[in-house]
Every structure is written in C-alpha cells, then in structure tokens.
Design a protein around this ligand. Structure first.
Ligand code: KIV
Length: 270
C-alpha cells in the first residue's frame, strides 16, 4: 500500500502517523531561512526550542531566553514554513509561577507568532497549567525525562529515570499527559527500554531524543545534526553534515580573496 501524503501536518496527522506505524521526523529551527529548508526537506514537526538560548544566543543553559525572544524566533520560523507543524517551547519563567501566567504566555506565543502549538517541560507539577492552556484551545506537547530547564535541580545532563522510582513516575506522567489531552510528548535522554514501554502505553506519539529507536519519532537540535559545532557530542547525536568545516573554509577563502584583491573581479562589479 502506498504511503498517504500530507500537504499540511496537524496534531491529528501525528496521531494518524503513529497509528500507521510511520515514524515522525522532528527538528528544531529558529529562523526563517533554515525553517524553510527544513520544511521543504519534509520534516513533520519543527520545534522552536528554547535550545535557541544555547545555539543562537550562546548561553550555557536554556534558562535565560525570554518569552519575547521565543516569540521573535517563532514568528520568523512560521513565515518560512508551509507544511510542518510548528511547536514552540514555553521558556523558563513563563509558566512555572501559576497556571494563569502559563496561559497568558501560551496565548502570546500563538497570537504573536502564528505557531500551531506549545511545548512545556514537566509532569504532575505543571498539570494545572496544561489543563488551562488546553481549555483555551491551544495544543500542548509534553516534555519528560531530562528537562533542561531544571538543570540546576538535576545538577548534570546525564541519563534520567535509570532508577525504578523515577522510571515509574515517568510512566505515570506519560499517562497523565495523555489523559489531560496533550497531543504528543518528547522524552529526552532516558533508557531505550523505558521509552519503548512509554510509547506502547499511550496512543499519542512519543518523540525521543536520546531515548532509543522504539518510540514514534525522533527530534534533534538542527545545529547539532548539521555539525555546526564540534564541541557537543553526546552518544545519541548523529551528525548528518560537517557544516562547521564547510562554513569555516568558505569564510576563510572569502577573507583571503578579499585580502589578496581577488574578490571582486571584473565580472563581479558594475
Ligand atoms: O529546546 C529544544 O531544542 C528541545 C529539544 C531538545 C527537544 O526541547
């Protein structure tokens, strides 16, 4: 049977893809040009991740990025995308205080950027916020396992939920997020067996990053998978290009051409 093609990905499409056993491809993007490229290449979901704090702004963690900055990135991405579902991270500080603030932040993202859904980190502790956002008609994606906004609580970026108690809590939270009405969940850096169990326990898609292959889809940070930097090398990261070397040599060649009077030549002027 030939695969169904979709001209526009919605939250419903993602549920269908899971039912049909077709894996979901998700990547981050933060600007118009790269979002357009990612979309044209057929990725199903584009995440305007708060990893923009790291790869776009150079911060050590995801904590400093603001709601205004996320909205700026998200609206640039939305202008470049025709097919993919655009999901935007609620940044640290925009939803933890109380559920009303969470809803206000989610509304700002949807209204000011034109994105299609929001994602937020956490399980039981953000239940009320998720309920309130969903009640307003805004699709919500969950994020469990390693949740980088809590890095100072964890103290390390190592694999989460290796112990029974944390694994049980994660499975409980996965079920809870589904019953609240979340359309999908990102599971970050947890044992592959646990991620598989989680994916088999719910009907909504589970998207993994460092969570093995037996989930419903995968997500990576675009800059990491394109090899823009040589420094970040976790085991789960597969590099599909070495843009660091390509960009470095292109820029070095340009600089050298300018300095040696080679650029511009007679054909490159008016
Ligand atoms: O911010 C981000 O890029 C993310 C992904 C790592 C899932 O949340």
């Amino acid at each position: 049977m030939s695969k169904k093609t979709y001209s526009r990905i919605t939250t419903k499409t993602l549920q269908e893809l899971k039912k049909q056993g077709e894996k979901i491809a998700m990547l981050t993007a933060y600007d118009f040009t790269l979002a357009g490229l990612v979309d044209q290449a057929g990725v199903d979901v584009i995440l305007v991740g708060d990893s923009a704090s790291n790869v776009m702004a150079g911060h050590e963690t995801t904590l400093p990025i603001t709601l205004d900055q996320m909205i700026y990135h998200a609206s640039s991405v939305v202008r470049g995308v025709k097919r993919a579902l655009v999901v935007v991270d609620l940044p640290f500080g925009a939803y933890q205080a109380d559920s009303k603030e969470a809803l206000r932040s989610a509304i700002r993202i949807m209204k000011e950027s034109g994105a299609h859904a929001v994602k937020l980190e956490g399980g039981f502790e953000v239940k009320e916020s998720i309920e309130r956002i969903l009640k307003a008609g805004i699709p919500v994606m969950g994020h469990l396992g390693l949740t980088p906004q809590s890095i100072y609580k964890f103290g390390t970026y190592t694999v989460r939920a290796k112990e029974n108690q944390e694994a049980e809590q994660l499975l409980f939270d996965v079920k809870m997020l589904e019953s609240l009405g979340c359309f999908g969940i990102v599971l970050e850096k947890i044992p592959a067996q646990l991620a598989e169990k989680a994916a088999n326990s719910v009907e909504i898609p589970i998207i993994g990053i460092g969570a093995g292959k037996h989930v419903d889809g995968q997500v990576l940070v675009l800059h990491d998978m394109l090899g823009m930097s040589k420094e970040f090398s976790p085991r789960f990261l597969r590099r599909y290009a070495d843009l660091h070397s390509i960009i470095h040599s292109a820029v070095a060649n340009y600089s050298s051409d300018v300095k040696t009077h080679d650029f511009p030549n007679a054909n490159e002027q008016y």
